[in-house]
Design a protein. Sequence first.
Length: 215
Amino acid sequence: MGSRETQTLIINTALQLFNEHSSGAVSTNRVAEACDISKGNLHYHFKTKKEIIQSIFKCISDEMNESWYQDHLDPTVSHMAEMFARQLLLIHNYRFFYREMPALLRSDPVLLRRYQETRDKRMTALEEYFSALSRSNVLDFKNNDALIDSLIVSTWIISDNWLNYIEFKKYEATSEKILEGYVMMLDIFRPYFTQPWDEVLSESLTAIKDAIDNK
């Protein structure tokens, strides 16, 4: 097995174990055993568990970089819903990171810096997207840029934590429960939509169901 293949195996195996058991409960020795490689081989590629987690976060950033920065080209109600579904699907795939994020970021300055860089890039992209929605008359913010920033932060908090909320309430992460989170987020934007609310809701729910069904 080549070096790149071994690294990929380690990252994918660690992600699976972390998602199931938490990163704190899984040692690098356990990851090596699950990969069927020696401890020395694993530590050749990743000296510490922190380096594995940093590489997993790079996977998150890479996935965002593939297509998440063209959203402003499709400023529609449907695409806004697809963006939420896309975010929650990514959070589900890397759920250990979002469950443990405060502790992980506090304990690793390198990870914190990389997270902040990604967050700032996403924030800029979202500002551009919601400005495009305003220019397209999908939303009317009355030229209030500060309001856009506030709404983005509020909805970011919901999207980052909705799956955690579902787990804490002991609900299954079904499409219906995911849709509940989006409706809550839509309520924040409700006063600013220019088309009737029932149309916004219908378009949004159709788009998010399609996104989840086609994942």
